[in-house]
Design a protein around this ligand. Structure first.
Ligand code: HEM
Length: 593
């Protein structure tokens, strides 16, 4: 047994070791940048506060915006990852634009953002640094997918067909619901998945989720007894066919991505998550689906090269053709069954459906709540698509693509701005640098918030012009600023101005800042497709329906931060405006399967 002085010595030594370990492990603030003092004294830093906020609200990223307001500063630091550098948060649009557009040598794809995807799609370019030669090779593989030719010839017809099918489904729902509200968000997510699936693989629309839902509803004369209550504000439940296995797998896998967003050790959390049966099954289904599609694609390309089939076009076939061309140039055999192929293809499905559908579902809510915007936009559409109106049909994909309607552009941009689908963009400092006069050590993650001060709320704090970088000072005035009194409101008119020469109302894309797609060389790759998709959606939606005012109990603006910032509730109360039967109109206008 140790004598008393020895025990005291061991106790003191242990206390010292614990104290040194605590000093080492607790957050180490970057000098000069504001932070929460209590958090700096906690081993887990700000993490417990964010987690509590997330438990209470379902949101994570709005916590950062609120923190800026509480501290009244456009730059501060938070301690989210134990044993790691603090994250620096910026809520100033000029500085954020400067980092994303002009300081790309100092700031690259962030490790935090990359880690979200690294577990699920380790070989997708989204998690790679821009200086990685692999990044450029991956981008070359998919570069054609956002060209006007691919978008107009391949994407547009498929997007048009998928959303026409969705609106056919909603015509049936409107008929059966008899003026009552119903859940619309889930249908929209399904339609967006059908759409990007059909752009990526040569999938028949009839194998999609919406077609199955439509078939089921068309077979119903009326709903089950009890579905329609006497209260016209009660939401109507609709029966749903089972989710096809492959699409179900994609949804399970997409949902898993959000779990690593604020995990202390993202790789470990993803590993643990991957061990669950649901994830193992989903991954197996996804791998088999892509393997089957790749095998069919290869066979198709051989037949096409032999002149046995006309050339098909979908994203996968384009990517395969690119790989063949690259292999020929490098005098090697083409590599089809690579992780790169699997991950880039899967990445299109994930990045291409969750984001657009989140944005559009917010749009459904804004339009339902702003009857005046809806009426004005519908009038603008009727004034523009006069032939379609006269012929009592939907505008075609081609007519929509060619239309220039300032109020449509303005409404769409305002939906994108207000949706906050991507609420924050992050970058990692690739070198020691300076931000708003503060030293930023190499390796620090910087969060550029697009959801609070300066974007949707009055700016906070004040910034001396001399504290800004030279490039930021030079770019002053290139993008407008929002009126602090109404930046929180949904107001499409903020994007309109009068052309001094013609006196006409025009859309001004630089009227003010938003970060929904990120910006710069690592901004959203699919932005053009997203714009095309949203344009088709909002034209067809307002052509086909009047979106009624919703009862309060199904019209909350509460959100949940998953991979995107999604509304918790997305209901619609629809009145069909189409005089012809949906089936006839679709056949006449889509010109697609
Ligand atoms: C409204 C729809 C969309 C929104 C709001 C959105 C938002 C974003 C955001 C915020 C980023 C990160 C940007 C940054 O760090 O600066 C991103 C990246 C990306 N998005 Fe989108 N996106 C949308 C649609 C799409 C579509 C349709 C596709 C493809 C079919 C797509 C593919 C990608 C890819 C591949 C990246 C990674 C780019 C890179 O790492 O360089 N996105 N998107």
């Amino acid at each position: 047994m140790a004598s008393l002085p020895t025990s005291a010595f061991i106790g003191a030594l242990l206390s010292l070791i614990i104290y040194i370990a605590y000093r080492k492990c607790r957050p180490h603030p970057i000098p000069g940048i504001p932070y929460n003092k209590d958090s700096a004294n906690r081993l887990l830093g700000d993490l417990p506060r964010v987690k509590q906020y997330a438990r209470e609200t379902g949101e994570k990223l709005s916590w950062f915006a609120l923190e800026a307001q509480k501290m009244n500063t456009p730059i501060f630091q938070v301690f989210i990852k134990p044993l790691s550098k603090p994250w620096v948060v910026v809520t100033d649009s000029r500085e954020s634009y400067d980092i994303l557009l002009r300081r790309t040598k100092e700031f690259d794809r962030s490790d935090t953002f990359g880690n979200i995807f690294r577990g699920l799609v380790p070989d997708h370019h989204i998690s790679m640094k821009s200086v990685n030669p692999e990044f450029k090779a991956h981008r070359r593989l998919i570069q054609d997918l956002m060209t006007p030719q691919f978008l107009n010839e391949v994407s547009a017809p498929r997007l048009y067909a998928s959303f026409s099918a969705l609106f056919d489904l909603w015509t049936e729902k409107a008929r059966l619901a008899q003026g009552r509200p119903f859940i619309a968000g889930d249908d929209f997510f399904a339609a967006a998945l059908d759409a990007i699936w059909g752009v990526t693989f040569p999938q028949d629309l009839k194998d999609g989720i919406i077609h199955a839902r439509l078939q089921l509803l068309r077979s119903l004369e009326t709903l089950q007894p009890g579905s329609l209550t006497s209260n016209e504000d009660d939401a109507v439940p609709f029966p749903e066919p089972p989710m096809p296995a492959a699409q179900g797998a994609i949804l399970t896998l997409t949902d898993s991505l959000e779990k690593t967003l604020i995990a202390p050790i993202p790789a470990l959390s993803f590993k643990l998550l991957s061990m669950t049966k649901a994830m193992r099954d989903a991954r197996a289904v996804k791998e088999e689906m892509i393997a089957t599609e790749l095998a069919r694609g290869k066979a198709r390309l051989v037949e096409q090269a032999n002149g046995e089939q006309p050339a098909t076009r979908c994203a996968m076939d384009d990517i395969l053709r690119r790989e063949i061309a690259a292999a020929q140039k490098q005098n090697r055999e083409p590599n089809y069954d690579t992780r790169t192929m699997y991950d880039e293809l899967f990445g299109l499905l994930v990045a291409g459906h969750d984001t657009t559908s989140t944005t559009a579902t917010w749009g459904l809510k804004f339009l339902s709540d702003h009857q005046e915007v809806q009426a004005k936009l519908r009038a603008a559409l009727h004034a523009n698509f006069t032939t379609a109106l006269r012929e009592n049909r939907r505008p075609t994909a081609d007519e929509i693509a060619k239309a220039h309607i300032p109020y449509l552009d303005a409404t769409q941009e305002e939906i994108i701005r207000k949706s906050n689908t991507g609420s924050a963009i992050s970058r990692t400092a690739t070198t020691d640098t300076v931000l708003l006069g503060h030293h930023i050590p190499k390796g620090t993650t910087v969060f550029l918030m697009g959801n609070g001060p300066d974007f949707h709320a009055p700016p906070v704090g004040s910034i001396a012009e001399s504290a800004r970088s030279e490039s930021c000072q030079k770019a002053k005035g290139r993008v407008g600023v929002w009126d602090a009194a109404d930046s929180h409101l949904f107001k499409p008119e903020r994007w309109l101005t009068v052309d001094a020469e013609t006196g006409r109302e025009v859309f001004d894309s630089t009227a003010g800042p938003f970060l929904t797609f990120g910006l710069g060389p690592r901004g959203c790759f699919g932005r053009r497709m997203a714009y095309m998709e949203l344009k088709i959606v909002f034209v067809l939606l307002l052509w086909d329906f009047e979106l009624g005012v919703l009862p309060e109990n199904v019209n909350s603006y509460a959100a949940v931060d998953k991979l995107t910032h999604q509304p918790r509730q997305c209901y619609l109360r629809l009145r069909s405006l189409r005089e012809t039967s949906s089936a006839t109109a679709t056949a006449a206008t889509s010109g697609d399967s």
